[in-house]
Design a protein around this ligand. Sequence first.
Ligand code: FAD
Length: 477
Amino acid sequence: MAVAGVTAYDVLVIGAGFAGLSAAARCATRGARVLVLEARSRLGGRATAFPDRETGELVDNGQHVLLGCYTETLAFLRDIGAIDHVSAQPQLSVTMIDRHGRRSRLTCPTSLPSPLHLLAGVFEWDALSWRDRWSVLGMVTPIKLARRERLPGAQRKAASSGETVESWLIRNGQTARIREMLWDPLALAALNQPPDRAAAPAFARVLGEMFGSDPRAAAIVLPTKPLHLMYAEPARRYVERHGGTVRMSAAAKLRVDSDSRITVTANGEHWSAKRVISAVPWFALPDLFDAVPAPLTDLVHRARTMESCPIVTVNLWFNRRIIDEPFIGLPGRVMQWVFDKRLVFGLLRAEGASASLAEARPDRPRAAAGDEASHVSLVSSGAERIVSRPNDELIQLAHQELYEAMPEIRSATVVRTTVVREPRATFSLAPGQPARPATETGVPGFFLAGDWIDTGLPATIESAVRSGHRAADLCIG
Ligand SMILES: Cc1cc2nc3c(=O)[nH]c(=O)nc-3n(C[C@H](O)[C@H](O)[C@H](O)COP(=O)(O)OP(=O)(O)OC[C@H]3O[C@@H](n4cnc5c(N)ncnc54)[C@H](O)[C@@H]3O)c2cc1C
C-alpha cells in the first residue's frame, strides 16, 4: 500500500462538524499542520444548511440555538473570526403562547445576580399563578448543587442518573403548569428528548451552566447566517490560512496495526499518522473500521448500541410577515418553537451591524413571494412520535398548531412548504444508555471528539466544541 503524506500533516481530523472543526482550529492555532477529512460534500455535519430547490434560499437543517453559557463555542467563533455571525440577547427573554392561545413574556433582569434573576423573572411572569411562581424556589438548591458539581471535591449530586427529568422536577416541587411553561420547553430544547424519558443529570448540568454566576449565561444566542456560513466555512478558511487542508467528499477509513500505527485512507489515498482525532458521531464510528482493533472493541460496541433521537422541522413560507419577533415558544404543543428566519438573520441589523438583510442572505435570488414574504421554521424536538409521518401530515400539523396559537394569521397565504427530518439529531439520554466515552482511547495517538463524548452536557454544539478543544489539547499537549 502506497502511503502518502507521512510527514505532511501533524494531525488528521476525521469529520467536519463543530467538534472536528473546533479541534482542527485549535491544533492549527498551536502551530500544527492539520488535514481534515469530511465524508459529505458540504461542511457542518448536523449543523449545516442546504439550498432550497425552489427558492435558492439557504435553509438550515434545523434551527440551532446557542446560549450565553456556550463559552467554548463563543471562544471558537472568536478565534476563527466568526463571532459577528451570532447575535446574543442581553438577558433571557422569551415570548410564550400557551395551549389556550395566551401570550406572555418571561424576562430575567440582568441587574440581579444569578439565579435571583430567574426567580425575579418567574415572579413577574403573569402566565403563572402565584402557586406556580412560588414553586420555582424548589429549584434553587438543585441548581446550586449542579453549579457546584463541576468543582473538584463536590459531594452531593443535583440529580441521580436513574431518575428522569420529569420525576426530578416533581421531586423538587415544580407544579404541572411551571413544568409545561418553563422547564419542559427548556429540557426538550436542550436534551431533545421528552422529560419523562431523558435522565435528569444532563439537564441539571445545563441548568447549572445557564444559571451559573453570570446572569447573561442564560441569554439566547442565535446564528445570523445559514449554519455552514456561520462557522464551518470560516473554520475551513482559518485552518487553511494556518497551512492545513480541508477535504470534502472524503470518507475516511482507519486501520490500526498491532504496533498501534494508524493508517487513514480516503479516496484511495493513505496517510500514516501519529495523531488522529475522530470527530464522527456515534452512529458513524463503527464504519470507520473494516476490522475493529482489539483495544477499541468495547468503544465500538457502545457506539453501536447508543440510541438516537430525532428532530423535525417544518418550514413554511407565507406571503407576509406573521410574527413580529425572531422566535416564540409554543409550550405544550408538538411544534414547540416558531422562528422567523428572516428576522433571525435580520438581527444582524438590529445589533447595529452595517450589513443589510439582503447582504446577510446573498443567496436568496428567487425568494418564494417577494420581499414581504416570511419564512418560518417550526421545530419539534424529541420527535419520535411524528418523525415517520408523511410530509403532508407534518405540514398540516404545523399549520394547525400555528393557527391555534395565532388565529390572527389565518389570512396569510402559505406559498411554499418543506420538511426536514433529522432522525439521528442527538443521542438518547434515557437512563440505561451505554456510558459515553472519554477523549483518550486504548490506542496511543487516537483521540475522540464529538458531542457524544463524555462532557457531561447533552448533545449540543457546546458539548461538540468542548470535546473538540479537549481532543486538540491532549493531542498537541
Ligand atoms: C435539527 C437539529 C437541531 C439542533 N439544534 C440544536 C440547538 O438548538 N442547539 C445545540 O446546541 N445543538 C443542537 N443540535 C445538536 C448539534 O447540531 C450537534 O450536537 C452538533 O452539531 C454535533 O457536532 P459534531 O461535530 O459532534 O457531529 P456532526 O455534526 O455529526 O459532525 C460529524 C461529521 O463527521 C462526518 N463523518 C462521518 N463519518 C465520516 C467518515 N468516515 N469520514 C469523514 N467524515 C465522516 C459527518 O459527515 C459529519 O459532517 C441540533 C441538531 C440537529 C440535527
